[in-house]
Write a protein that binds this ligand. Structure first.
Ligand SMILES: [Zn+2]
Length: 134
């Protein structure tokens, strides 16, 4: 169990990262709320976990998406253009059009965008966001 030191608010105490797993020691650490050392460790851990989660989500999204970044940008540009002329008819007609014009399997692309809960053209435009995938 770690020695509990540092009773000045915001000062560094003797705690180490490994002590965080020692629950009784944590409970006994009276300066929990004011210990800058612990607070920083927590912030770091939370940040690292968040980053790891984001990386995982990106990796999953990338493997779910049939397209690379350039292709996706091309599709989204095309949809933006087509949907400004014609309303979405609750199908993937423009997405399929683009696929056919770009030698991409339209059925495979339709299945792929479903991962992003996009089952029509306007949902592809809204839900398949390059910045959360690449
Ligand atoms: Zn739609």
């Amino acid at each position: 169990m770690a020695e509990v030191q540092g009773d000045v608010a915001g000062s560094l105490c003797a705690w180490q990262e490994s002590d965080l797993r020692d629950v009784p020691a944590r409970r006994a650490h009276k300066n929990w709320a004011v210990c800058a050392n612990l607070r920083n460790m927590h912030i770091r851990r939370k940040r690292d976990l968040k980053r790891a989660l984001e990386e995982q989500e990106k990796a999953a999204a990338q493997s779910a998406l049939l397209l690379d970044q350039e292709q996706l940008n091309g599709l989204l540009e095309y949809l933006e253009e087509r949907l400004s002329e014609d309303e979405c008819d609750a199908s993937l007609r423009f997405t399929r059009e683009w696929a056919a014009a770009n030698a991409i399997d339209a059925d495979a692309l339709a299945a792929s965008v479903e991962y992003f809960t996009a089952i029509c053209d306007c949902e592809v435009l809204a839900n398949v966001e390059p910045e959360t995938i690449f």
